[in-house]
Write a new protein. Structure first.
Length: 228
């Protein structure tokens, strides 16, 4: 006999590319569950070397969504789950700088840093240009077992259609010169250097564009119990 609608609650946690996952779900009928999820993660890395820059970066993941879990065979674990990310603040930010006399590249053009006025800048990377974002996953493991059990170990794979990543990079100070340390230009205003910077940003955007279909692969554990 199937439990009454909204009579059971499941709480769980897991890991996915969206971060550490927290979940709550309830049963709608024998075939359907309603599930809410929240994801969070933060990581900071310093002194990364990239294209001649030393970079300090921070990754911040925070998102929340809902989905409907459909179990075509209720006594087994297979499910299909359309859903929506209604909150998405997944992003990364960075500050970067060069050492005097070193070099860096923009769009395959090498610049040499002034010995008296080194180059610095900032960058941001966003994974939230489409919001709300549709999600579609499939998986195994009913977090509210129809046999009345309590523990489950769900596995999920799918995608979130978050839109093309947003990439912004700005050079905020410094001078760049030729290989002889001459003909130095202000990196914030020189039109040729700024054009090469924009071309480099466009390359980053092209390389990261596949992330508009953001992968979801999660594993976790859940505990369900009666609420009425």
């Amino acid at each position: 006999m199937s439990p009454r609608p909204l009579s059971r609650l499941a709480l769980g946690a897991g890991f996915s590319p969206l971060g550490i996952n927290l979940m709550a779900a309830t049963n709608l009928n024998r075939y359907l569950n309603l599930r809410a999820t929240g994801n969070v993660f933060s990581y900071t890395a310093n002194d990364i070397s990239a294209n001649g820059f030393k970079v300090d970066a921070k990754l911040s993941l925070a998102s929340a969504g809902v989905s409907v879990d459909y179990y075509p065979f209720p006594d087994h674990g297979l499910r299909f789950s359309p859903g929506m990310l209604f909150y998405n603040n997944n992003n990364a930010s960075a500050t970067f700088a060069t050492q005097p006399g070193t070099s860096f590249t923009l769009d395959n053009v090498t610049y040499y840093v002034s010995t008296t006025n080194p180059v610095a800048g900032t960058g941001t990377f966003g994974l939230h240009s489409q919001m709300p974002a549709f999600t579609m996953t499939t998986g195994w493991g009913n977090v509210i077992p129809r046999n009345g059990g309590h523990f489950s170990f769900p596995v999920e794979v799918g995608v979130a259609l978050i839109g093309s990543p947003a990439v912004n990079v700005a050079l905020t100070s410094g001078q760049a010169c030729n290989a002889q340390g001459q003909n130095c230009v202000n990196v914030t205003t020189d039109p040729t250097l700024q054009a090469n910077l924009q071309a480099q940003i466009n390359k980053y955007k092209s390389n990261l564009d596949p992330l508009k279909t953001y992968p979801i692969v999660s594993v976790g554990v859940a505990y369900s119990f009666n609420v009425r």
